[in-house]
Design a protein around this ligand. Sequence first.
Ligand code: TMP
Ligand code: ASP
Length: 236
Amino acid sequence: MTPIYEGKAKRLWATENPETLRMEFKNDATAFNGEKKASFENKGRLNNEISTLIYGFLENAGVPTHFVRKIDDTNVEVKKVTIVMVEVIVRNLSAGSYCKRTGIAEGQVFSQPIIEFSYKSDELGDPLINDDYIREMGLATPEDLVHLRKSALQVNAILTDFFAKCGLKLVDFKLEFGRLVSDPSQIVLADEISPDGCRLWDLKTGEKMDKDRFRRDLGNVMEAYAEVLGRLKANS
Ligand code: TMP
Ligand code: ASP
C-alpha cells in the first residue's frame, strides 16, 4: 500500500469509507521548511494523543473539524477534505517570524490577537500573504476569509483558556482548514494541533514546551511534548 499523500510529519491513507482517510503521525520532525530534519521516538504517538485530545475538546465546544476517531497510537480517522491552501496563524505574544520581521523582542503581549495568512507552498517557503493575494490567487473567497478569521479567533479563545488551566501560555499557533469533500460548502478545521504547530510556554518558568526546543537545539524535545500531554490529560 502507498499513502495517498505524504507530508513532513504525517501520511494520509485511504480507508474503506470513501468519505474518510486515515491520518498517520510520523516520528519525523522538520524545521526551517524542511532544511533541518530529525526523528524522535514516540513523537507520532505523543502528537496523536495531544491532537486527539484537543480536537475532541474543540468539537465539544462546537468547532466543526475533520476529526472522526482515534484508530490507534499513531493513527486517526478524519473526514476527507480539500485543504484550503492558506495557513492561518494566530499570535498572542511576539515570537518566531514576527520578531524576525519586526525586530521586536520575543514575549511582547499583543493588545489583540494578530491573525496572519501564509500561502501553503513548500516550494515557496510558505510566504506571508494578505486578503487581496488570497482573493486574486483564488485560494479562498472574501466570505471564506471572514469564516477563517472568526473560527481562528474562536479556537484561540478556547485553547488559550484550556492551556492556561494546564499552566501553559499559548503564544501562537498555525491552523489549516479544509472543505468537506461530501459538502464543499462546509469549511472545517483540519490537520493537527500539537506542539509542532503551536508555541507553548510554561506559565511559571517561561520554559519553551514546543517544537522551538528542536528548532533551537534546546534539548529534551520529547520530554516537553510528554509534559504537555500529561498536563492536558490531567485537566480534561
Ligand atoms: P512562525 O513564528 O515561525 O511564523 O510560526 C508561527 C506559528 O506557526 C508557530 O506556532 C509555529 C507554527 N508553524 C507551523 O506550524 N508550520 C510552519 O511551517 C511554520 C513556519 C510555523
Ligand atoms: N514545519 C516547517 C518545516 O518543516 C517549519 C517549522 O515548523 O519550523 O520545515
